[in-house]
Design a protein around this ligand. Structure first.
Ligand code: SAM
Length: 273
């Protein structure tokens, strides 16, 4: 049996990869589901994928089968031998990095890659914010296909007026398009996590002119930090923010969650003017 056809459960057993709670390891073993996830970014033959947290390599294998060249970073060195077998089975289209994804210089290592990751919640959110921030736009990545707790996925794609709408929604949507590609039940993981998960797919869009990412972040941090309050009260702490709201015609009796992404963008632009 070749590595590419051996059931993942057997690969895990053969390499003694008991799931580590500390590393947030919940593995997906269902090949059909893995193939569906690998199809989300719409990778063309030979395109580069940057996979974070491949674990025993189930999703990695699906990505290789979809024709991708994969660069994968995994923190758990126990997984490396299983991943090396996979690299051999796929003519070294898999390049491995043993290390912490939070320390990778992606623009240098994987420029132009599609990012695919099923990560522990805290690492996933930290990486998403890292990948969304900064002045370089379009960014180094072509698309992001990321597994999150469903509740976090809903915050990413939320519309104004909903409880889920907040800083994360604006941070993503002001220069990206985001959608929930699928939800994934707890029972699809070994061991099952406590909550339902969802795959979010994000592609970069146009960056609105004249807006600094940091100003937008400072505004939404102040406003959504006190989301039940009127803007007139929550934005007081930011020099010039109330004046800017007046100039662009935003009623400061509103609450943060009622202002559209375009509204936040125009407020940030005016604040920087
Ligand atoms: N991709 C596999 C799958 O879908 O079955 C494993 C997913 S498991 C939820 C998360 C993986 O991320 C684990 O293999 C874990 O060791 C790895 N991981 C956790 N933190 C990491 C980090 N900071 N950098 C790289 N990998 C990490």
């Amino acid at each position: 049996m070749t590595e590419s056809s051996e059931p993942l459960r057997d690969v895990i057993a053969r390499h003694g990869l008991t799931a580590s709670k500390a590393l947030g390891q919940n593995f997906i073993l269902d090949r059909q589901l893995l193939a569906r996830i690998a199809a989300v970014p719409g990778i063309r033959e030979g395109e580069r994928v940057y996979e974070v947290g491949p674990g025993p390599g189930g999703l990695t294998r699906a990505l290789l089968e979809a024709g991708a060249k994969v660069t994968a970073v995994e923190r758990d060195r126990r997984c490396i031998p299983a991943l090396e077998e996979l690299s051999d089975a796929f003519a070294h289209r898999l390049q491995l990095i043993e290390g912490d994804a939070l320390r990778i210089d992606e623009p240098e290592m994987v420029p132009g890659a599609h990012v695919v990751a099923n990560l522990p919640y805290n690492v996933g959110t930290a990486l998403l914010l890292k990948w969304l921030s900064g002045d370089m736009w379009p960014p180094w990545w072509r698309s992001l296909t990321l597994m999150f707790q469903k509740e976090v996925a809903e915050r990413i794609v939320a519309s104004p007026g909903s409880d889920a709408y907040g800083r994360l929604s604006v941070a993503v949507q002001w220069r990206c398009a985001a959608r929930i590609a699928m939800t994934v039940n707890r029972s699809s993981f070994v061991p099952p996590p406590k909550v339902t998960s969802a795959i979010v797919h994000i592609v970069p869009g146009e960056q609105p002119a004249g807006v600094s990412p940091r100003t937008l972040e400072r505004l939404t941090e102040a406003a959504f930090g006190q989301r039940r309050k009127m803007l007139r009260s929550s934005l007081k702490q930011l020099d010039g923010a109330l004046k800017a709201a007046e100039i662009v015609g935003i009623d400061t009796q509103r609450r943060a969650e009622t202002l559209s992404v375009a509204g936040w963008v125009s407020l940030a632009r005016q604040l920087d003017a």
